[in-house]
Design a protein. Structure first.
Length: 235
């Protein structure tokens, strides 16, 4: 039985070792309203990212992540990183309690709350593995709370074809090859040959590619790097 995926643990693995406290304090100085997408272009968020003022001595530095760490985990697991206002389910009581605790401990009101979760959780009330963040400035975010541990253990593998066009093409080629091997030898001629095999493969490839393209356009699907921070269903 495969274990469910703990997305917070995966996020920690992406980040790796933390710099020391002095370096972190230096990195958190300043505010960046714009941030870079994986393609290198610059995107202005739907609402400006306003950093929260924390008492650094009271922070759990293990909960601090850079936007690059969050972006990578979202792309790998086909998750979205959006403002809390787009999140349909109500926050669980323990998440609300953690927000209140942080506000009291740091004498502030948390602003710009953001959620990492699968796309459907921004539309349907369902259980999964959300992470709640608040911006700290300079593209750093503080993990306020994580609840659930319900990502499918094979999710990363299942969404691998949607990371980029190369992965998708490899899957189409492999699927077409496997379908071609299922065609009985000599079905279209008395003597099967390599030429016949590759002709059938060519038609299989065109058919599978046509279905994938039709499905992609009809459903408004896009690759993971294009949707990880998009509020639009058909981004």
């Amino acid at each position: 039985m495969l274990e469910r995926t703990n997305i917070e643990a995966k996020l920690r693995a992406v980040r790796g070792d933390l710099p020391d406290t002095a370096v972190l304090a230096h990195l958190l100085k300043g505010v960046d309203i714009e941030f870079a997408t994986p393609s290198g272009s610059v995107v202005t968020p739907d609402t400006p990212i306003v950093p929260n003022q924390f008492d650094f001595d009271n922070l759990d530095t293990s909960r601090i992540y850079h936007l690059d760490h969050i972006r990578k985990i979202c792309i790998d697991y086909r998750l979205r990183f959006l403002d809390l206002k787009y999140f349909k389910p109500e926050l669980p009581e323990e998440a609300q309690d953690e927000i209140s605790r942080l506000e009291e401990e740091h004498q502030t009101q948390l602003k710009g709350l953001k959620i990492v979760a699968p796309s459907r959780l921004f539309k349907l009330a369902d259980k999964d593995d959300p992470l709640l963040f608040v911006p700290m400035g300079n593209q750093y975010f503080y993990l306020v709370h994580k609840w659930g541990d319900d990502l499918h253990p094979l999710r990363k593998m299942l969404v691998w074809p949607f990371k980029n066009i190369i992965n998708l093409m490899l899957l189409i080629v492999l699927g077409s090859y496997l379908l071609t091997t299922l065609v009985p030898n000599g079905l279209f001629s008395k003597a099967g040959s390599n030429t016949e095999f590759w002709i059938i493969f060519f038609f299989m490839f065109k058919s599978v590619a046509a279905v994938v393209i039709y499905y992609g356009f009809a459903m408004g699907k896009n690759f993971n790097p294009a949707i990880w921070n998009s509020k639009y269903f058909n981004a």
